[in-house]
Design a protein around this ligand. Structure first.
Ligand code: ATP
Length: 206
């Protein structure tokens, strides 16, 4: 099975592009969805978070993300403790989903990981190929402001907290330029799918 990492920057169009892959019949594993699933009520991960950071981190049985954010934001020790709890659970869940798609004999799977480069997925064997969805800084700012109702300052802060898109593009096997219309992006997705289908047989059985 060919495992293709999909990444980009905030509001660069990852969700838009992954929906296009889904519509073309290619399975998507979404790391954002998984990161919410692993802390659902009753999970061992939620229990570990409670033991580590205190019971106030849970409200009505549910993880209080605001509290957790306040606890780890700007506190390196707390952040690395949280990552040590959460990241192995996310990796395991991803492996489970990959195993499922192998049983389904899917030739290609898209692994949508917003922080793929930040987490070093490009440096190990986590993915076989990488797609980066890119936009200009101006487009990124405009779309982020419009979608999240942010002013220039807040939107810029969010963009600056991530690795620049120009750095992510360097590790890409395929770059999808999402500055244009949705139709233009869909056309590029179709081209990438054609290339992936060409190489997928090399990964059959893996
Ligand atoms: P995040 O990581 O922040 O969740 P994302 O990378 O998944 O974002 P999307 O949610 O797909 O990005 O796109 C960001 C915003 O830009 C959305 O409001 C989306 O509708 C819009 N958008 C995406 N692509 C285009 C396009 N080609 N033309 C116009 N608007 C677009």
């Amino acid at each position: 099975m060919l495992i293709v990492g999909l990444t980009g920057g905030i509001a660069s169009g990852k969700t838009t592009v992954s929906t296009m892959f889904h519509e073309a019949g290619i399975p998507i594993i979404d790391a954002d969805v998984i990161s919410r699933e692993v802390v659902e009520p009753g999970t061992t991960v939620l229990e570990k978070i409670k033991l580590t950071f205190g019971p106030q981190i849970i409200k009505n049985g549910v993880l209080d993300r605001q509290q957790l954010g306040d606890t780890v934001f700007g506190n390196e020790a707390n952040l690395s403790q949280l990552n040590a709890i959460i990241q192995p659970a996310i990796s395991n869940a991803i492996q489970d989903k990959l195993a499922f798609w192998r049983t389904q004999k899917a030739p290609i799977v898209i692994l949508d990981v917003p922080l793929l480069v930040e987490r070093g997925y490009h440096e190990n064997d986590s993915v076989d190929q990488i797609i980066v969805v890119t936009v200009s800084e101006a487009t990124q700012l405009a779309r982020l402001k419009a979608r999240n109702q942010l002013d220039d300052y807040a939107a810029n802060n969010r963009i600056k907290s991530q690795l620049p898109l120009s750095e992510k593009v360097k590790v890409a096997d395929y770059v999808i330029d999402n500055n244009g219309t949705l139709a233009a992006t869909r056309e590029q997705v179709a081209q990438v799918i054609a290339k992936l289908k060409e190489i997928a047989p090399e990964y059959a059985g893996k």
